[in-house]
Design a protein around this ligand. Structure first.
Ligand SMILES: [Zn+2]
Length: 284
C-alpha cells in the first residue's frame, strides 16, 4: 500500500473517531446549554423528545442569537420559561424572547415587581397566551423518560420582599442518574434554609448561585450538594464575580468548574450512561 493511501485511510479513520466522540442529542436525556451572554444567567435545556426549557434571559438580547443556534430555524415555541427572579441580569432578554417565541408555561416565584424593566416584562407576560405558575418548594414537573424538575425554593410561607436574589426559584433537574442544581442568585441564608429543609439538594452538577459571588456557595452548602462539576454564568463585572475564595472552595474539593466568561457557551449532556457524560466548551 502506498504511503498516500495509508495517509488517507488514517485520516478517514481519525475523522470517524473524532466525530464519534462528539456528543449529540441522542446520547443523553437532557441537553443543557449555559449561554455565554455576559454578566447574567441564561440556560437552555432540551429533553430527548424535544421539550424546550429556558431559564432566565440574561442582561441583554444575546439570548435571541443563542436560541437561534440551538433551536431549528422555524421553531418559534418554548415549552417552559423559568424566571428565577426579576433582577436585570436575568430578565432583560426575556421581553424579546416573549416577543418572538410562543411560550406555553411560565414558572416563577411570587414576588412583586418594582423596576420599569420588570413591569415591561409583566406586560409582555400578560399579552402572552401562557399559563403562569407561581411555584413553591415541592412542586414537580415531569419531563418524561426519567427526567423531571423539582422545585426546592421558594418555601410557600416565605417571601423576601425587596431582595429579589433571595426569592430565586431553585430547581433540581434530574435526568436518569444525573442531577443539576440551579440556584438563581440565592445567598447564604437561603442556602442554609435549604440545608435544613426536607429536600434532597445533592447534585452531580451545580450552577453556582449569584455568578460565583462571595454572598453564596458556603462551605456547608457545597459539602451538602457535593457536586463533581460546577458552572459559573459570569461576564465582565465590577463585583469581583466569581469570587476567588469561592473558586478556591471548589478547587479544594476537586470540583472542576467551567465559567462562561472564559470557556464561552458550555454544553452539558445529562442522563447518558455515567461514562458517556460529556462536558465541553461549545462555541455558539
Ligand atoms: Zn444575577
Amino acid at each position: 500500500m502506498k504511503f498516500v493511501e495509508i495517509y488517507i485511510i488514517g485520516l478517514v479513520f481519525l475523522t470517524v473517531i473524532s466525530f464519534s466522540l462528539l456528543p449529540n442529542n441522542s446520547e443523553g436525556l437532557l441537553d443543557v446549554y449555559f449561554f455565554d451572554i455576559g454578566q447574567g444567567d441564561s440556560i437552555f435545556v432540551e429533553t430527548i423528545d424535544g421539550k424546550q426549557i429556558l431559564i432566565d434571559g440574561g442582561p441583554n438580547n444575546y439570548v435571541i442569537q443563542k436560541l437561534g443556534k440551538v433551536m431549528s430555524f422555524n421553531d418559534k415555541s418554548i415549552d417552559i420559561l423559568i424566571i428565577s427572579h426579576t433582577d436585570v441580569d436575568h430578565i432583560t432578554g426575556l421581553v424579546e424572547v416573549l416577543e418572538r417565541y410562543d411560550v406555553d408555561l411560565i414558572i416563577r416565584s411570587n414576588i412583586s415587581c418594582e423596576t420599569s424593566l420588570c413591569l415591561a416584562l409583566e406586560e409582555k407576560i400578560s399579552e402572552e397566551d401562557a399559563r403562569v405558575w407561581f411555584v413553591d418548594a415541592g412542586d414537580y414537573i415531569d419531563l418524561g423518560h426519567g427526567s423531571y424538575m423539582k422545585i426546592l425554593y421558594p418555601f410557600d410561607d416565605e417571601i423576601y420582599n425587596g431582595k429579589p436574589n433571595n426569592n430565586s426559584v431553585v430547581v433540581r433537574l434530574v435526568a436518569g442518574e444525573d442531577s443539576l442544581l440551579l440556584t438563581g442568585d440565592i445567598e447564604k441564608k437561603i442556602e442554609s434554609k435549604l440545608l435544613y429543609s426536607e429536600s434532597d439538594i445533592s447534585a452531580d452538577y451545580l450552577k453556582l448561585a449569584h455568578h460565583g459571588s462571595k454572598t453564596s456557595t458556603s462551605e456547608v452548602f457545597l459539602n451538602a450538594v457535593s457536586p463533581s462539576f460546577a458552572f459559573v454564568e459570569v461576564g465582565d463585572n465590577y463585583y469581583g464575580h466569581p469570587n476567588e475564595q469561592v473558586l478556591t472552595r471548589l478547587e479544594k474539593r476537586g470540583i472542576k468548574y467551567y465559567r462562561t466568561d472564559k470557556d464561552g457557551d458550555i454544553r452539558l449532556i445529562m442522563g447518558s450512561q455515567k461514562s458517556l457524560v460529556f462536558i465541553l466548551p461549545y462555541v455558539l
